[in-house]
Design a protein around this ligand. Structure first.
Ligand code: HEC
Length: 129
């Protein structure tokens, strides 16, 4: 079964109605300490890390101008970088709970994805240079 983008705003609206945090609120709570509130990798905790937090405003620029939605969510989910022990990025349990919405990260295949994960990826999309 394939889902269109139409489903996404509806699902996000439903999420907001339930008073779940928005993508920007979740970013501030879970990401900004390292990546900075602007996403540029200059958070308060960045100085104490062995590896510099990525500049999240340049994700599209570093990917031939295409926002790498699936890779971003995989990173947050933890199954690409989080599990190999080399990244200081923690896993973000609360972001992975709650309703699932179909998300097409650009490859034409919609995968049921936790709504807060989608919301945070969509927020990051708005930060791109
Ligand atoms: C403890 C500090 C820390 C926190 C908290 C953190 N990150 Fe990171 N993040 C890093 C570091 C360091 C890197 C660079 C090393 C790596 O890729 O694992 C990184 C890399 C990334 C990348 C890969 C960028 C690329 O160019 O591939 C993404 C995407 C990302 N973080 C998103 C997030 C999001 C979204 C959150 C909040 C849900 C978050 N991070 C929270 C430290 C953190």
């Amino acid at each position: 079964m394939r889902f269109g983008w139409v489903a996404l705003p509806l699902a996000l609206a439903a999420c907001v109605e339930k008073d779940e945090p928005t993508g920007s609120e979740d970013f501030a709570s879970f990401c900004a300490a390292c990546h900075g509130i602007s996403g540029q990798g200059d958070g308060e905790a960045a100085a104490g890390l062995d590896r510099k937090p990525a500049d999240l405003t340049g994700l599209s620029a570093r990917n031939n101008g295409v926002f790498p939605g699936t890779r971003v969510m995989a990173k947050i989910w933890g199954y690409t970088g989080g599990h190999d022990g080399t990244s200081p990025m923690p896993q973000f349990g609360p972001l992975l709970q709650g309703d699932l919405v179909p998300y097409d990260g650009g490859d034409g295949i919609a995968t049921p994805t936790p709504v807060r994960l989608v919301a945070i990826a969509e927020y990051l999309r708005t930060l791109q240079d």
